[in-house]
Design a protein around this ligand. Structure first.
Ligand code: TA6
Length: 304
């Protein structure tokens, strides 16, 4: 039975429990999803063992919600914006045969307007089924003035080992290589390895459709597929995809090595350029995670 309960650090969270045995946990602090387990009990989302649950700092790992800026183009706003360090409210929690889901909301406040003087409403839905998890962020301009924003879902996916991962689905895309001074390059490879610190913004290409990014091991064992989609004013918008792993060289304090070995970030976003919304316009960003393999009795099974 899904519901709210007290989590780490006494922070309130929503526990989604689907009849299949799949479950997920989302803290109201930042609407941060910190756990997604498939019916086999296997954890699919990485959360740092040193994550701080104090209601002040962003929770390290899981799926932080990034809004209204990615990085820190405006020094008036914190790195990655204020959404991940705000207390969200829960609008609803539902259990149905198909899915268990929760809807979270964040609206502008005196604190947010002090650093970003616009009226907005974010609605974030986490939708859990037996075979997948879908996170969908809606950005609504409820003010009188146009605003420009970034949005991103900063997903930390569990993998067997970062030195053995292959990320596919981004071939041919231009990307900003933040680990190489921000140079713009073109991805030549169908399967991206992550042998060292990687921090890349794969720029939305004009394909006008969702972007499927598959994570595998070097031996080809599929780990997860992610379906990443953006919409602006209802129109399907190719979304950017950020791929990140800090390795030891760039691991922050709340992510002490060797934790970097256990995840790769595959982050759908509207971040390479600021998006603009006129009053009463809506943007959406979603990611569906479909785990493709799980261990059962020591052997790896591939979900159909
Ligand atoms: O998504 C990649 C990135 O922008 C990296 O540049 C790195 O800063 C990472 O996010 C983590 O940022 P955080 O503010 O959570 O430490």
């Amino acid at each position: 039975m899904s519901g709210t309960k007290s989590g780490k650090g006494g922070l309130e969270m929503v526990s989604l429990v689907h009849s299949s045995g799949a479950n997920a946990e989302i803290y109201l602090w930042g609407a941060t999803l910190t756990s997604y387990k498939t019916p086999d009990g296997k954890e699919r989302i990485f959360c740092s063992p040193a994550a701080i649950f104090d209601g002040k700092k962003a929770i390290r790992g899981g799926v932080p919600v990034v809004f209204p800026q990615f990085g820190q183009p405006s020094k008036d706003l914190p790195q990655h914006g204020f959404a991940r360090t705000s207390q969200w409210t829960v609008l609803s929690i539902m259990d149905t045969v198909e899915a268990s889901y929760a809807i979270f909301e964040l609206q502008d406040s005196s604190e947010t307007r002090a650093v970003w003087d616009f009226s907005f409403q974010l609605q974030y839905t986490v939708f859990l089924t037996a075979s997948s998890l879908t996170m969908s962020l809606k950005v609504h301009n409820i003010g009188q003035n146009l605003f420009r924003f970034h949005a991103l879902l900063h997903t930390y996916l569990v993998i067997p080992d970062i030195s053995d991962v292959r990320v596919s689905g981004l071939a041919g895309r231009k990307y900003v290589d933040k680990a190489a001074g921000g140079d713009t390059k073109v991805e030549q490879s169908d399967e991206i390895a992550v042998p060292s610190f990687v921090d890349r913004i794969y720029i939305a290409s004009g394909l006008g459709r969702a972007c499927d990014v598959v994570v595998r091991t070097s031996k080809g064992t599929p780990v997860a597929m992610t379906i990443n989609e953006g919409r602006i004013r209802g129109e399907l918008q190719p979304c950017d995809v950020v791929v990140w792993n800090p390795y030891e060289s760039n691991s922050p304090a709340d992510l002490p090595p060797p934790a970097f070995k256990e995840f790769v970030c595959v982050e759908p976003g509207l971040v390479n350029e600021f998006q603009s919304l006129d009053p009463n316009e809506l943007a959406e960003l979603s990611q569906r995670i479909i785990p493709l393999s799980f261990e059962r009795g020591g052997s790896v099974c591939i979900c159909s």
